[in-house]
Design a protein around this ligand. Structure first.
Ligand code: NAD
Length: 426
């Protein structure tokens, strides 16, 4: 037993589960990690992190859990933390398959009286309507044989300040004792507020609200970007101006698309569940549609710019800078890059992609190689490697058009060289 006298099993060793497991080891819990991905388990046990992440860079492999694909490891646990994916399918329908199969594995192995916490993002109702029935079907009495809790994960990979050690948490449970065990556990691993919620549904709703809030605000500035393009106003300057108001304004920024496993996915969980109860989330749906339209908008900007200089889309060499969904990370899930690439392919463009953080999907080895081959550029991700590029380099390589999908380049300096620059709303 660890110094905290309890054994923890983390199911799903991804962006959420692996840092969490490392933190549990650091805090003295005997910690095991369970994942179905054998190659991931091999990497972890050989001391290599399958994920490039600041917190893991600092702690891993000096502190690491014992990882396995064998679900029997759950038998050792007093506390099981479920951190499996919650994706949507091609029609944006929530897929609770990974959560259900992880919980099935838990029912086959759980020690009676243990705590099971779902950290994955789900709509309000999943613990009571999906997880509890699986336990009940397997003869578990909720609140006695198993304590069910929900503590939505808020981790923000790549964040230098906020990580698994200090992000405040909310916790909800289906029973009083479960709530207390969960609160004590999170208080022992997090240096920050742990707030009990009155119900498990409230805890589930908190996370969906947080991410829908971001999605809606980003959709608002993306719509402003399109409007201000028509009005010839620089939306970035306006947002910076509005940010001087010290209260009741929070800046969000437009771009060529919203990516990642959370923001473009989570709102659909609420939209779908509310629909089942007869409520139509019009506002959330419009936000999703707006944000989903941005990759195509970036390609339209390119087409307009090429038209200005009488270059066809077909056969023009377009360098795409950035594959990951956000700056300075290697995570490509739901990245707008894929939609942009598909759209450019449809137009017959010759595509050359490069991301210094995603070598496996890059067509060239360096920016230099990409510049040499490109007539136009689309910036998808605002990586630090792209931000300080001297516009002269573009010009020297014969690049004529720059579409800045991340609004991260110096617009005035580029325009001064005579190249066409179009940002998203600037
Ligand atoms: N990535 C983030 O920034 C972030 C932040 C907050 C919340 N979340 C939420 O946390 C959850 C996990 O996200 P993630 O980014 O860590 O996902 P991930 O894909 O990085 O990791 C999930 C892991 O679970 C494993 N897995 C899938 N099904 C399994 C099963 N039945 N049994 C055992 N292992 C299984 C996968 O092999 C994978 O290694 C999601 O609900 C997500 O919405 C993610």
């Amino acid at each position: 037993m660890g110094q905290n006298n309890k054994t923890v099993c983390v199911i799903g060793l991804g962006y959420v589960g692996l840092p969490l497991a490392v933190r549990c080891v650091e805090k003295g819990y005997e910690t095991y990690g369970l994942d179905m991905d054998e190659s991931k388990i091999k990497l972890i046990n050989s001391g290599k992190s399958p994920i490039k992440e600041k917190f893991l860079e600092n702690y891993f492999p000096n502190i690491k859990p014992i990882a396995t694909t064998d679900e029997k490891i759950i038998r050792k646990a007093d506390i099981v933390l479920v951190c499996v994916p919650t994706p949507v399918d091609g029609m944006f329908t929530p897929d609770l398959g990974p959560v259900k199969s992880a919980i099935e594995a838990v029912t086959r192995n759980l020690k009676k009286g243990a705590l099971v916490v779902l950290e994955s993002t789900v709509n309000p109702g999943v613990s009571e309507e999906v997880i509890a029935p699986i336990f009940e079907k397997n003869k578990f009495k909720i609140g006695k044989d198993v304590h069910i809790a929900h503590c939505p994960e808020r981790i923000n990979p790549g964040d230098e300040k906020w990580n698994v050690t200090n992000i405040p948490r909310v916790v909800g449970s289906m029973d009083k004792k479960g709530l207390q065990i969960a609160l004590d556990f999170y208080a022992s691993i997090v240096d920050g507020e742990i707030r009990p919620m009155k119900s498990i549904r409230e805890a589930e709703a908190v996370k969906i609200v947080e991410n829908s809030f971001r999605d809606i605000n980003i959709a608002f500035v993306n719509e402003l970007a399109k409007s201000f393009d028509a009005l010839d106003i620089d939306v970035m300057d306006v947002i910076k101006g509005a940010s001087t108001k010290p209260f009741a304004f929070m800046p969000h920024f437009p771009s060529c698309g919203v990516g990642g496993h959370c923001i473009p996915v989570d709102p659909y969980y609420l939209i779908e569940r509310a629909k089942q109860s007869g409520f139509d989330h019009k506002f959330l749906k419009i936000a999703r549609e707006t944000n989903n339209s941005m990759p195509a908008y970036a390609v339209e900007l390119l087409q307009d710019a090429l038209n200005e200089i009488r270059l066809p889309m077909k056969s023009t060499a377009v360098g795409v800078l950035g594959i990951s969904y956000k700056s300075n990370v290697d995570d490509v899930r739901e990245s707008p890059y894929f939609k942009i690439k598909k759209n450019l392919e449809k137009h017959g463009c010759k595509i050359i992609s490069f991301d210094p953080h995603v070598a496996r999907l890059s067509d060239v080895k360096s920016l230099k190689d990409l510049f040499k081959k490109s007539k136009a550029l689309i910036i998808v991700t605002g990586h630090k490697e792209f931000k300080n590029l001297d516009p002269k380099i573009f010009k020297q390589n014969g690049i004529k058009v720059i579409i800045d999908g991340a609004n991260c380049l110096d617009k005035d300096a580029i325009k001064k060289t005579g190249m066409i620059y179009k940002g998203i709303g600037r």
